[in-house]
Design a protein around this ligand. Structure first.
Ligand code: EPZ
Length: 419
């Protein structure tokens, strides 16, 4: 059990070099099995979910090692096409191995994935798309068995731009005969990042980052070296932390365009923000204004992953903010915990109304999920006295050495471990 000790009231000052993106790394790790190549990935964050992906790769017969932020994979001797239940449960992204295994082995045996409990999170769109490509899929009990003697390129129309389903289609389609066209594809930067990796690995892809993506011929390269994109949600989290606690920080390495909707609301709350390509300077006096209405949406809309941390930043903001969560049914799990600090938040269906309070007072909280846990840390930085966040490991799933990053910016944060 991790115990975060946060003493609020200190300004954050300095430079944060934004970590590599978890959600861009994970599908690329799944993609690494496609061509049997030797792969070196730079800027991969050291996280629990990355460890889980590397364990899956080793289980499948790959050589997969991480040294600091460099990952080395060799996948020429794949020995298995199944993933045991315990590994599937470690994270949501284990499901992306379905498309990759189908493409590489013509078969995948797995079970429904784990991940943060943010709602029902079905995988119906993934399965329907793979069936459309020609896979036979049997679901029995908790087991999923996909088989395809051959996959055929086709047009797949997604009724909702699911990030994971788009990634699974991209991977499976590399083995399809003829061209695959995805309509209604997710447009997240992580999709563009996966496509950029696949292009380097020998696949012809056009349109990634738009709602129509075309996947053509794949001629596997022998060796790929690739640098993973910086994490727009980690950058948003530190921006929200500095906005809430006050201070002056420089976020280096992340494309500012990738989190411009978050910066937009922080600016509206009263922060001074200067952004240039991959550098954002943010100054806040810690006295923020409410921002009116915020609505989470698929990219390029406001990201659901930044919703909890923006909420945390606005707990003391003068006035009322209404946040509507449209992506996940259950992404306000941080709210009862934030209320222990004295926050005034009213939940009504898919909206949360935050009425800014004059002060927050430290309390003992329980991390509910990855971004919810991060939100509790952000709120703790703006609270008086000590906040404790007990966490069974959610925050480590997505933030690399987050305690050290915050201390480097001047925060009084200590991470203890209890048995
Ligand atoms: C990715 O999850 C991210 N995870 C999530 O980040 C992120 O919140 C989400 O995209 C939305 O941006 C990774 O990239 C590893 P979806 P994913 O498929 O792929 C419904 C974080 O904190 N849906 O776009 O699972 C689903 O239930 C994590 O880093 C179906 O109904 O998201 C949800 O309501 C959390 N059927 C919505 O679509 C399906 O087959 C969005 O899901 C698939 C999805």
């Amino acid at each position: 059990m991790d115990i975060w000790h946060i003493r609020g009231g200190r300004r954050l000052e300095g430079i944060y070099r934004v970590q590599g993106s978890k959600n861009a790394s994970l599908p690329i790790l799944a993609a690494s099995i496609l061509g049997g190549a030797e792969i070196e990935l730079e800027n991969v964050p050291q996280l629990r979910d990355i460890d889980a992906a590397l364990r899956i790769l080793r289980h499948l017969g790959c050589k997969a090692e991480q040294k600091n932020n460099l990952v080395y994979i060799k996948s020429n001797d794949l020995t298995r096409s199944s993933i045991p239940h315990e590994l599937m449960l470690e994270m949501r992204s284990s499901v992306i191995f379905m498309g990759a295994l189908l493409a590489r082995c013509g078969e995948a045996r797995l079970s429904p994935p784990g991940g943060c409990r943010l709602g029902k999170r079905p995988i119906d769109l993934h399965l329907a798309a793979l069936r459309k490509l020609g896979a036979e899929i049997e679901e029995r009990g908790g087991d999923i068995h996909c088989r395809a003697k051959r996959l055929r390129g086709t047009e797949i129309r997604l009724p909702f731009p699911s990030v994971g389903a788009t990634e699974n289609i991209l991977l499976a389609a590399t083995a399809a005969e003829g061209e695959t066209v995805i309509r209604g594809a997710a447009r997240e930067p992580e999709i563009e990042a996966l496509a950029a990796y696949l292009q380097k690995a020998g696949c012809r892809i056009a349109g990634a980052g738009t709602d129509t993506v075309t996947i053509g011929e794949y001629r596997p390269a022998d060796y790929v070296r690739h640098r993973v994109l910086a994490d727009r949600i980690a950058a948003s989290t530190v921006a929200c932390a500095a906005a809430a606690a006050g201070g002056e920080v420089e976020l280096r390495g992340a494309e500012s365009a990738h989190f411009s909707t978050v910066l937009h609301f922080l600016k509206r709350a009263g922060c001074d923000i200067i952004s240039e390509n991959t550098c954002v300077r943010l100054r806040s006096d810690g006295c923020l204004n409410a921002v009116g209405r915020v609505r989470t949406e698929p990219y390029p809309g406001f990201p659901t992953d930044a919703q909890p941390v923006l909420m945390a930043a606005l707990l003391k903001a003068r006035g009322c903010t209404e946040i509507t969560e449209t992506i996940f049914e259950n992404r306000f799990r941080q709210v009862p915990e934030l209320k222990r600090l004295g926050a005034d938040i009213r939940l009504c269906d898919r909206s949360a109304v935050i009425r800014g309070v004059g002060r927050l007072t430290g309390a003992a909280l329980e991390a509910t999920d990855l971004r919810g846990g991060a939100a509790m840390i952000v709120a703790g930085l703006a609270a008086e006295g000590e906040t404790l966040v007990r966490d069974t490991g959610h925050i480590r799933r997505g933030y690399e050495a987050f305690d050290r990053c915050l201390r480097d910016l001047g925060a009084d944060v200590r991470l203890g471990i209890e048995p």
